[in-house]
Design a binder for this molecule. Structure first.
Ligand code: BMA
Length: 838
């Protein structure tokens, strides 16, 4: 059946342009890998993630590099031997034994070259020379004419991960290297060039009644494309879920479609709605004499998916419908998890995707300035029941539609749509990030002066490719996009919306002014965990505006926006520890306000995709999980706000017109069982004395929400700054404070705390003697390896909570129960050395 041999060993690299600091130094290279990580491993550069080292490493991206490996070749009988490069980053020329094999200029494609005639018995020398991607892009720009974009570097002029050039959360570290597997593939007669299974489910797909059950008939159309080395009849076989098919290809025929039907397959569901059964699909290719020539296996899942964009009295919907069930998307945006993507192994993907699922997230949008995510990412998303929306790779810029880019875009899109076709997790393709909006609103049209901007990709080329190669999945031209000619692309009443005036200009309470159909991006910044800051930044003292902090904050006016956000809610932070706690808390509160409001609008709004789940280096950013993988308080807030059962108090009457006076209690049920529960709504003073109370009965249907007006008694405070409201079912709680923290005279925090050792670390039991707002434990301040299971717990006097700390070894109990490790909003005014005691 031919052979496959990886060529991952024995590589070295060297700079081949001058001037460069490492001229003349050849160093070992990791394949797959990239030049930055190779230089780092060789001790030739400082870690680009630390302090402001990035600032001195720009030369790497502007240099040309050569990778070289020698390998032995003993000769083989196969008539074809191909050099298969799954991904070269980016502007590459490949030579074998000094003969030119080919050139490439697209990181997002694989390339295959017939090298049979170039191979020699004995030692062979393979070289890949990478020309500087920025210099290449500048040359294309000069030829095609400049285009407007959100960042100065020329990323739209080369098919390479855009954020590699720097973004408002990431450094500019322009990589080069063999970033995907490379090897030899020997074959005879024919091989499976592409296999593209298209899965549909006919009838009985589930819907509201079909909880997690079986479908009607699962249909798998297996589209196979063959590359031949000689003519002759072939047979293709395919099996899945007990169904089998066989087809014969006549001489000269290169394509075949096999249709397999699986009766009543177990349906694949997003987690929370049902199971994630996966079925292996095996495809084989045989010669006429029965010799097995090639084989292919992937796992697929049976589910249907569509996008409901019907017009209605509010505008037009944007609802993801899985197995005929409209689902409220509880999402987060995903960026490359490391600037150096070849460092992200399957274990790291698993950890990050488990963190997403652990926060109640059921949808990840793979953002268009990164990459088409890896097989590992999609395999894990399939397994874990995460839906994925994959952007085509265009972000925040006008993109030329001329050659050499147009052909690359079409080839890349076809390859990626084919590669990702088996994955049930992939529920939609999206044309780009913010480019339709940009064209419409960001003063692009005058500088463009009629030049192409990418519209042809988003409205013609890409939808045609998806319709031709994968009609089972919806395609949406962009995020944001209204879906209607003549309607503003970011109109919240239509399609997908990005909400960025909050964060950039307005306070987060402003989220409540929106009635969006689907929020594909909204976000709020905070610094990473303290241990992450300490690892990456050696400023002494560390301060909100110290040089390293400023270097790891890439957003326009980021520090000032953080400050503005704090000033609206909190008293001035007394020290760095206060600042760190409050900015993290403010991020968590902001996003919770947004999600609770948007979920309370169900079914008008059917999705929220928070910007952003993860980071690509240690930085202050919108992420919930920081660059070292530590969860920020936002992660815990997401887990609460994305729970199946959400109880929330909203400052509005139960029905429009909004805004209006009054408070409402909204109970949102994203579970598939009804939620019936008594709930008590009580107004307290700051000493925890109940002032007024009502008892209600909640009856929330599955996948629905109910809104109840709160009666004047509990809802109307006598002294807004000294009173609060709690709605409590005994399981779910919703708090409402009638004033901002800076105006609330919280009692000085008093509590008792005990620490007991557990096999995994420690348990910290806290009993409140006063009201404690947003009690949070930061064990990473004592040990970078320590983590905790809960955060931001608000307690009335007399109530208790327990934190479970995971840590390899014992932590100092006194430090674990005092500022700055154990904190709450009440202790802000306290001087740093005055730890609260019982
Ligand atoms: C949107 C995103 C990203 C950006 C984020 C924060 O524009 O699509 O490009 O990083 O907002 O500004």
């Amino acid at each position: 059946m031919g052979f496959r041999r990886t060529l991952h060993d024995g590589w070295s690299a060297a700079v081949v342009s001058t001037p460069a600091p490492v001229v003349g130094q050849r160093f070992p290279a990791t394949v797959p890998g990239c030049v930055h990580t190779d230089l780092l491993a060789a001790g030739l550069i400082d870690d680009p993630f630390l302090d402001d080292n990035e600032a001195r490493l720009g030369w790497i991206g502007r240099a040309d590099w050569e990778y070289e490996a020698e390998f032995d070749w003993a000769g083989r009988d196969e008539r074809r031997v191909d050099l298969v490069c799954d991904g070269l980053d980016t502007v590459a020329t490949v030579t074998l034994n000094e003969a030119r094999v080919g050139s490439t200029a697209n990181m997002h494609r694989g390339h295959r070259f017939d090298v049979r005639s170039l191979l020699r018995r004995g030692p062979n020398v393979l070289r890949v020379r990478f020309a500087s991607a920025p210099r290449h892009a500048e040359a294309v720009r000069d030829r095609l004419g400049d285009r407007p974009r959100a960042y100065p570097d020329p990323f739209p002029f080369v098919r390479k991960m855009a954020c590699n050039f720097g973004w408002d959360w990431g450094p500019s570290l322009v990589t080069a290297g063999i970033w995907q597997p490379i090897g030899l593939h020997g074959w005879d007669v024919a091989r499976l060039a592409t296999v593209r299974p298209l899965v549909t489910v006919d009838g009985g797909a589930g819907g509201a009644g079909g909880a997690g059950g079986a479908g009607g008939a699962g249909r798998v159309e297996v589209h196979v494309e063959i590359e031949r080395d000689c003519d002759g009849p072939l047979t293709i076989g395919a099996t899945v879920g007990g169904a089998a098919g066989l087809t014969r290809l006549e001489p000269g025929q290169h394509n075949a479609v096999l249709t397999l039907t699986v009766d009543e397959p177990e349906l694949w569901w997003p987690h929370g709605y049902g199971a994630q059964p996966l079925y292996p699909l095996d495809v084989t290719l045989h010669a006429a004499d029965g010799t097995r020539l090639d084989e292919w296996r992937r796992h697929l899942g049976f589910r249907s998916v569509r996008l409901d964009t019907a017009a209605d009295e509010h505008g037009s919907a944007f609802t993801v419908v899985v197995n005929d069930l409209p689902v409220f998307v509880r999402g987060a945006n995903w960026i490359p998890d490391d600037v150096f993507v070849t460092r992200i192994d399957r274990a790291r993907y698993r950890e990050r995707l488990l963190q997403a699922r652990g926060a109640g997230i059921d949808y990840l949008r793979v953002w268009g300035g990164g990459r088409y995510e890896s097989d590992d990412f999609y395999d894990l998303a399939d397994e874990l029941g995460l839906m994925v929306g994959q952007d085509f790779l265009f972000a925040c810029a006008a993109y030329p539609e001329e050659e050499p880019l147009a052909g690359e875009v079409a080839a890349e899109a076809a390859e990626q749509v084919t590669r990702l076709a088996p994955h049930p997790s992939l529920v939609m393709w999206v044309g780009n990030n913010e480019n339709i909006w940009g064209f419409h609103d960001w003063d692009w049209q005058e500088p463009l002066a009629g030049r192409t901007w990418g519209g042809g990709y988003y409205f013609d080329v890409l939808p045609d490719i998806v319709a031709r190669l994968d009609p089972t999945r919806p395609y949406w031209p962009g995020n944001p996009y209204s879906g209607r000619d003549g309607v503003h692309p970011n109109d919240p009443a239509h399609g997908s919306t990005h909400i960025w005036d909050v964060w950039n200009q307005r306070d987060y309470r402003h989220y409540r002014g929106y009635r969006p159909r689907f929020v594909a991006e909204f976000g709020y910044q905070a610094p990473p965990a303290f241990a992450t800051l300490r690892r990456a930044i050696r400023d002494e003292p560390l301060a909100a505006d110290s040089p390293g902090m400023a270097h790891h904050q890439k957003a326009a006016d980021g520090a000032a926006k953080l400050r503005r956000g704090l000033d609206a809610h909190f008293p001035s932070p007394g020290d760095f520890d206060d600042w760190h706690f409050l900015t993290q808390l403010n991020q968590a509160r902001a996003i919770a306000v947004g999600i609770e409001h948007f979920r309370s609008l169900r079914p008008l709004c059917m999705g929220t995709v928070v910007w952003q789940l993860n980071d690509c280096w240690p930085a202050t950013s919108w992420a919930a999980v920081d660059g070292d993988g530590r969860r920020k308080p936002l992660w815990y807030a997401l887990r609460r706000a994305y729970a199946d059962r959400l109880l929330t108090i909203q400052p509005r009457p139960p029905s429009p017109p909004w805004p209006g006076d009054g408070l409402s209690l909204v109970a949102v049920n994203d579970g598939r069982a009804p939620w019936h529960s008594p709930v008590t709504v009580t107004r307290y003073d700051l000493d925890g004395r109940p002032l007024a109370s009502t008892a209600l009965e909640l009856r929330v249907p599955p996948l629905g929400a109910v809104t109840v007006a709160l009666q004047a008694g509990p809802a109307c405070p006598g002294e807004p700054t000294r009173e609060l409201l709690l709605a409590d079912t005994g399981g779910e709680r919703a708090w409402w404070f009638f004033a901002e923290d800076r105006d609330i005279p919280y009692p000085p925090a008093r509590y008792s705390a005990t620490v007991s050792a557990t096999p995994g670390g420690a348990r910290v039991d806290v009993t409140a003697h006063t009201l404690l707002r947003d009690l949070t434990l930061f064990p990473d301040r004592l040990d970078p390896g320590a983590s905790v299971d809960e955060a931001m717990v608000t307690l009335l006097p007399g109530e208790s909570t327990a934190f479970t700390v995971h840590c390899g070894h014992p932590l100092d109990p006194a430090a674990l129960t005092a500022r700055p490790v154990l904190r709450c909003v009440n202790d802000l005014a306290a001087p740093a050395d005055d730890a609260p005691g019982p």
